[in-house]
Design a protein around this ligand. Structure first.
Ligand SMILES: Cc1cc2nc3c(=O)[nH]c(=O)nc-3n(C[C@H](O)[C@H](O)[C@H](O)COP(=O)(O)OP(=O)(O)OC[C@H]3O[C@@H](n4cnc5c(N)ncnc54)[C@H](O)[C@@H]3O)c2cc1C
Length: 214
């Protein structure tokens, strides 16, 4: 079957974003100062508020490089019940490329994970002094992890525009040229993010119901 024109346009407008390295840490509560939050004084440490709690970027030239920008979320600041009393969860992720994690033996892979994780922890230590000493639990996810468990090609984070697109991002809707085959999730309109994919799920369910005449 020929590639539908919509799909061709889509491929011209979007590209695959890199994958990422993910650290899930359990840390002693005293690692975080009492003011750790979205707080203006933290800008002194080159950390900025976003949907994650902090974005760490020491060198703007390396913003899109591997491990250049670190995104930090601390869900237990919002819901302490997510961790045992006296502990916090810190989730960190940063762009990493699939190609850099290819062709490694099991022991090389483990060693590379260790090195990559501790580079990040060392950088975060400047913002959270005592992080290393207070680290109780660490799980490291790599592009290989994300490819395996999320079924994403090359462990990609998802589609990103190739160039500046005018107006609302044009993304595929839920129907495809194959009757009865629907697409849903962050590769369809309106794109990435939990709110967006919830909308996509709602829209897809509605589309199917209409197509079934319900
Ligand atoms: C590190 C990271 C941080 C993020 N932070 C935020 C954030 O702070 N706020 C926000 O709004 N969004 C965030 N996002 C984006 C958001 O998580 C995604 O856009 C959203 O989860 C995508 O939902 P989805 O249902 O489309 O896909 P997914 O959540 O990827 O779900 C797809 C599911 O399909 C399964 N699957 C894949 N292939 C198969 C198969 N062949 N058979 C059966 N099952 C299969 C996968 O295992 C997975 O469970 C983040 C994403 C990442 C990766």
């Amino acid at each position: 079957m020929a590639l539908p024109i919509n799909e061709k346009n889509w491929q011209q407008n979007y590209q695959k974003s890199p994958s990422f390295l993910s650290l899930h840490m359990g840390v002693k509560a005293e690692v975080l100062s009492k003011v750790t939050e979205c707080h203006p004084s933290e800008r002194d440490h080159r950390t900025y508020c976003s949907q994650t709690h902090h974005i760490v970027l020491e060198d703007w030239e390396k913003m899109t490089a591997s491990a250049g920008t670190i995104f930090v979320s601390i869900p237990t600041l919002l819901d302490p019940d997510l961790a045992p009393a006296g502990y916090h969860i810190i989730h960190v992720f940063t762009p990493h490329w699939w190609a850099d994690w290819q062709g490694l033996s099991a022991s090389e892979y483990e060693a590379k994970k260790e090195v990559a994780a501790w580079e990040i922890i060392d950088r975060l230590e400047k913002i959270f002094p005592g992080l290393d000493a207070g680290l109780d639990y660490l799980e490291v996810g790599t592009p290989r992890t994300h490819r395996r468990f999320l079924g994403r090609e090359d462990g990609t984070y998802g589609p990103i525009p190739r160039r500046k697109l005018r107006g609302l991002l044009k993304m595929p809707f839920n129907r495809t040229t194959i009757e009865g085959l629907y697409c849903v999730g962050d590769s369809t309109f309106p794109g990435q993010g939990l709110n967006a994919v919830a909308f996509s799920g709602f829209a897809c369910a509605h589309r199917i119901a209409v197509d079934l005449g319900l």
